[in-house]
Write a protein that binds this ligand. Structure first.
Ligand code: SAM
Length: 279
């Protein structure tokens, strides 16, 4: 009888799951906010899991974190003040700091334990959370947004899925709050799930963001450990259009997924996805 194998399974929908073989369990803890696990996997290195859902892994995190940050920070010509709602693993912050025009990046995550354990077990992702340009707040991002008026050039909503404490971060009220928290030419990007099992959600987000912003764009990337591997992002912008960026002027950002060509290609939606967000 061989040594028993240990597998982690995420039920991505009631009828679909992803499993990954576990080498080691570092942390399994109920924080004040959620169930938190940090494990080492055979296929993806260290992995952060919240409420049984894969958040980020050492191996594929760069795709998501680069695409959360760079389309927004390349589209805005002068992104000095940037806010991240969620993002406690620090990956989006790491990418934001690759832009020299950023004077301050504020991270607001509701769970300080995510930040603490990411620093310890995801050092390549959380590596910039102590940078002098970064301010870390442990509080509800929904409240922070509604306390902030005309403060930010770019806001990035790197939140868990629309359940529990994150549910209201996918609502019309949140997007209108973001509008008020942004400066007059600001823009935001939110992670907006997969188009295979969340088409209605994406269609509703499109309507809600369009209700607040004159420019709404959707883009996507391949994230192997997220449901279906096809992940979408939604941008709402008061003035600048990502499709009008001169990609020849995009600097080398020391990335592994995002490139000037990807900036253009990511906004090209397969027909079944374009149909979801058709006006
Ligand atoms: N990339 C992941 C995804 O797409 O699902 C998100 C990763 S990040 C770890 C998600 C973070 O959102 C978590 O650290 C969680 O604590 C935070 N979060 C959830 N609800 C929040 C809220 N209302 N305010 C601030 N942070 C919140």
């Amino acid at each position: 009888m061989g040594i028993a194998e240990l597998w982690f399974t995420e039920k991505q929908t009631p009828d679909l799951a992803i499993s990954t073989k576990i080498k080691r369990i570092y942390v399994q803890e109920k924080t004040e906010i959620q169930e938190l696990a940090m494990v080492e996997t055979e296929a993806f290195g260290n992995m952060l899991i919240l409420d049984g859902i894969i958040m980020t892994t050492e191996r594929d995190e760069f795709v998501y974190h680069e695409m959360m940050a760079h389309p927004a920070l390349v589209t805005h010509p002068n992104p000095e003040q940037v806010l991240v709602v969620g993002g406690g693993d620090g990956g989006v912050i790491r990418e934001i700091l690759k832009h020299p025009k950023v004077k301050k990046a504020t991270l607001v995550d509701i769970d300080g334990k995510v930040i603490e354990y990411s620093k310890k077990y995801l050092p390549t992702i959380a590596c910039k959370l102590d940078d002098p340009r970064v301010e870390v707040l442990v509080k509800d991002g929904f409240l922070h947004i509604h306390e902030s008026k005309n403060l930010y050039d770019v806001i990035l909503a790197d939140t868990t899925d629309p359940i529990g404490q994150a549910a209201r971060l996918f609502t019309r009220g949140f997007y209108h709050g973001i509008y008020e928290a942004l400066r007059e030419d600001g823009l935001f990007v939110a992670q907006t799930e997969d188009p295979w099992f969340n088409a209605e959600l994406i269609a509703r987000i499109h309507r809600d963001v369009k209700d607040a912003f004159p420019i709404v764009r959707h883009f996507w990337a391949n994230v192997p450990t997220y449901p279906t591997g096809m992940w979408t992002f939604t941008m709402g912008s008061k003035k600048y259009d990502p499709l009008e960026v001169d990609i020849s002027k995009i600097p080398d950002l020391d990335t592994k997924y995002y490139t000037p060509q990807i900036h253009q290609a990511a906004f090209v939606l397969p027909k079944f996805v374009a149909d979801i967000v058709k006006d």
